[in-house]
Unconditional design. Structure first.
Length: 126
């Protein structure tokens, strides 16, 4: 019986794909899908794979001139990937930053929050 191979993945990276623009208007499915596929390709190239998770939730957006707008992003998706450690992430950070900036502009976002944090994740080859 072959022994399973375990890869320690100590750093998690997540890119949310928005469902609404900065004013709370739904984005077109075609536009969202194109950027989702682009982000999936990017994370797979950078770290070897990606897992999409439905991530509905409330987001607070600062309004120009003061105040906040609360957006319920029922169709938001979070793309998660992982890598060996923080250094492996930092090697790809600028590439991810450039992609997310373009996505944020194309999808009319005020902000895009990229998650990057320590993790005790692992991958088992079976």
């Amino acid at each position: 019986m072959a022994k399973d191979k375990i890869h320690e993945l100590k750093y998690m990276v997540g890119i949310p794909i928005p469902y609404l623009d900065r004013r709370g208007n739904p984005l077109t499915k075609r536009k969202v899908q194109a950027w989702r596929q682009g982000a999936e390709k990017l994370l797979t190239e950078c770290f070897g794979g990606v897992t999409p998770l439905a991530a509905p939730g409330l987001n607070q957006v600062r309004k120009r001139g003061g105040g906040k707008l609360t957006l319920y992003e029922k169709g938001q998706v979070l793309l998660l990937s992982s890598c060996a450690d923080r250094e492996a992430f930092l090697i790809q950070r600028d590439r991810i930053k450039k992609f997310v900036k373009r996505m944020g502009e194309a999808l009319d976002q005020q902000d895009v929050f990229v998650l990057a944090f320590d993790s005790d994740s692992f991958l088992i080859e079976v």
